[in-house]
Design a protein around this ligand. Structure first.
Ligand code: PMP
Length: 327
């Protein structure tokens, strides 16, 4: 779907997947006005296809658009694009449990010219899709994370809460460092004190304190420098319904280390569309390394995972109206 300042959104069309010609002076290639979303289409037991809270992705795309001085895309065009794609390519939504069709809507600046004085006046919104399995090889295998003190992903007043391409470009070096240190993923800390936990490379973090009836969840609050994950938001609502209080707050790396040592912190997991819910077992950083619990996936992690996956794949009744049939 194209956008121009005078016409608004126009020229919505379905085209075969393939390269798109771009002028070398296309604005997005120089000044990085590119935002995106990520969601999945799931096959339900009756054969129908559903997405999980697509309107939340549409709303977040528009929040990202406002931050990056880009035009907002009406929600009906966003969900309409998904519907059109699934009508045509629904067969690509896998029938195998745990697999899905990953949908990648994105929007970028298409003005041609090297002037940097004002945002682009023309944009292109595209939706592409790709079959997807588990994010981390090994399925729900616990991961090891690296506390990144050398780099920051987002600063106050910056673009951290937008799903903006540049945030990810700025992450690659730290992610490479994490891998070098023998870790699967980087954990971002705040840009000012380098001690408050924010999120991971492509997912939010949740901490479980206590166990059994006393278990409670803490997730870093939305300070403006982390991405407001839709999975995170869903879990903040689902966990209390399962008897597990969940709140937003602050946790520092020292608190994380101390609570893990004392046994007060029982589980840590990452959550996101691609990663679903993935246990975090080991933590490494400049102060050494430590383990969470006995290093195996904990009961709260697995309970929430089952509940979320059950909703997404249509095995649980959807009391929130989160599941949207689209095919
Ligand atoms: N943080 C970052 C940086 C991400 O890229 C993602 C994935 N979109 C998330 C968190 C999780 O968000 P969601 O639950 O909406 O997928």
């Amino acid at each position: 779907i194209r956008y121009s300042e005078d016409k608004g959104w126009y020229d919505a069309r379905l085209e075969p997947y393939g390269p798109i010609p771009l002028d070398p002076a296309t604005a997005a290639l120089h000044y990085a006005q590119e935002i995106f979303e990520g969601l999945k289409a799931y096959r339900h037991p009756d054969g129908s296809i559903a997405c999980f809270r697509p309107e939340a992705n549409a709303a977040r795309l528009n929040r990202s658009a406002r931050r990056m001085a880009m035009p907002e895309l009406p929600e009906e065009l966003f969900t309409g694009a998904i519907e059109t794609l699934l009508e045509h390519d629904g067969d690509w939504v896998p029938t195998k449990a745990d697999n899905s069709l990953y949908l990648r809507p994105f929007m970028f600046a298409t003005d041609v010219g090297l002037g940097v004085n004002h945002p682009s006046r023309n944009y292109l919104f595209i939706l592409i899709a790709s079959p997807s399995g588990s994010y981390f090889s090994g399925g729900v295998k616990p991961v090891t994370v690296w506390l990144s003190e050398d780099y920051t992903r987002a600063a106050p007043g910056g673009t951290g809460e937008a799903k903006f391409a540049g945030n990810y470009a700025a992450s690659f070096l730290a992610q490479a460092q994490a891998v070098e240190k023998g870790c699967d993923q980087v954990v971002w800390l705040d840009a000012v004190e380098h001690r408050w936990v924010e999120e991971m490379g492509g997912m939010n973090l949740c901490f479980v304190f206590g166990s059994g009836e006393n278990a409670r969840i803490l997730t870093p609050g939305l300070t403006g420098t982390l991405l407001p994950g839709i999975t995170r938001d869903s879990l903040l609502k689902l966990a209390p319904e399962l008897g597990i209080p969940a709140e937003e707050g602050r946790i520092s790396t020292e608190q994380w280390r101390e609570a893990a040592a004392s046994g007060e912190l029982t589980e840590v997991f990452a959550c996101g569309t691609a990663a679903v819910i993935t246990p975090v077992a080991h933590v490494k950083g400049s102060q050494g390394e430590f383990q969470i619990g006995d290093g195996t996936p904990g009961p709260v992690t697995m309970l929430l995972r089952d509940e979320l996956v059950g909703l997404q794949y249509g095995h649980r009744s959807d009391s929130h109206g989160w599941v949207r049939r689209l095919g």
